[in-house]
Design a protein around this ligand. Structure first.
Ligand code: FNR
Length: 341
């Protein structure tokens, strides 16, 4: 077998370490207590989960993880079949590696091959050129470009970048893109002014990418031996805090980061997300069970979201937003930030 490049080997290390550090979530979403009525006057069959964005049928996406090595190509094929069967949007992992190693393209294009008619997003970093972004969109015939902002991950990554001037390039990528662009963090969250800045350069949606799930400070720190960045393990805003930060966003929000339960997913929708993104949880199911079981678990997850909506007396996400909630930490957080829960 030819020797793997650092970039390709990193893909294998990421999924191995993501699973090694897989834990219960600390996304802040369990601070959302729904105040329910004993008379919901709804039926599960009446619940319409359609998020109303980009033609998606379900407010759950399989978020960016893999591609770029033979083993992660296999995972992409499995994820793509699950996305196809459950009608979920799915994002590739960062496709930057293909720019320098075009022979790895099949580990990404398998997503389109397995799901020819599905909604596919292709992922790339904010430091890549508009031309490079366009080339990965074409490679996957992607419906949407997903650009990741990962300053903290780069800082902790042994071979990571040290320059985080991305705004002008992000604007150039979006201006040149033939498809809508979703901008995401990878697990350290966003601040109130980020949402206006990202919308101002033309993004069509923002994934708050909050802290509380897969932790790239832990993952990258485990890959380096020359320094210790463990003080950054709890750096950044949780997913719940990031949704509070994003409350004035003019573009739809996606909530990713530590969504591990249907109740957490519904709480994220209640805090303003139009959809949630799942990464580590689906990978965990795939690695611990098999493709059919992982798909069944994800189908059951979405069904339970419907059940919870019905229990809250809601038949749509718009109605869910009117259900009363009580929070403790989030209420303090919002007050300290001059924002609303
Ligand atoms: C990721 N994530 C990610 N994000 C991104 O924008 N580009 C990428 O290439 C990757 N790669 C990647 C690999 C693996 C193995 C995992 C588990 C995750 C981040 C992912 O999309 C998501 O934002 C975070 O994982 C938080 O969500 P969860 O895992 O807590 O559901």
């Amino acid at each position: 077998m030819p020797k793997q490049s650092i970039a390709s080997h990193r893909k294998d290390e990421h999924f191995f370490l993501a699973e090694k550090f897989y834990t219960e979530a600390d996304s802040g979403l369990d601070d959302v207590r729904f105040i329910r009525s004993a008379l919901p006057e709804t039926a599960v069959a009446d619940v319409d989960l359609t998020p109303g964005i980009f033609g998606w049928q379900v407010p759950v996406m399989i978020n960016a993880m893999t591609g770029g090595s033979p083993s992660t190509g296999k995972i992409n094929a499995q994820l793509a079949r699950i996305a196809r069967n459950l009608h979920l949007p799915m994002a590739s992992g960062s496709a930057s590696v293909v720019l320098s190693e075009p022979e790895l393209a099949p580990t990404f294009t398998v997503i389109r091959a397995e799901n020819p008619d599905g909604f596919v997003l292709v992922n790339i970093g904010a430091d890549k050129s508009p031309k490079q972004a366009a080339s990965v969109v074409a490679m996957l015939q992607a419906d949407m470009l997903q650009v990741h902002l990962n300053a903290v991950q780069e800082a902790v990554m042994p071979e990571g970048g040290r320059d985080y001037h991305w705004r002008a390039n992000l604007a150039a990528i979006i201006a040149a893109s033939s498809v809508p662009v979703l901008v995401k963090e990878v697990g350290f969250g966003m601040r109130h002014d980020d949402f206006a800045a990202i919308a101002a350069v033309g993004a069509s949606a923002i994934d708050v990418g909050g802290r509380g799930g897969t932790n790239f400070a832990k993952i990258e720190n485990a890959r380096r031996h020359d320094a210790d960045y463990s003080d950054l393990f709890d750096f950044g805003q949780t997913t719940a805090e990031s949704l509070i930060e994003g409350q004035d966003s003019t573009v739809p929000l996606i909530a990713t980061g530590g969504i591990r339960t249907p109740l957490a997913a519904v709480a994220a929708l209640r805090l303003g997300a139009s959809a949630v993104g799942l990464a580590g949880l689906v990978l965990h199911w795939l690695l611990k069970t098999d493709e059919a079981t992982a798909q069944a678990k994800l189908a059951a997850f979405i069904e339970e979201m419907r059940v919870i909506m019905a229990l809250l007396g809601c038949t749509s996400i718009a109605e869910l937003r009117t259900v009363p909630i009580v929070t403790t930490h989030l209420a303090d957080y919002a007050r300290a930030r001059g924002l609303r829960v």
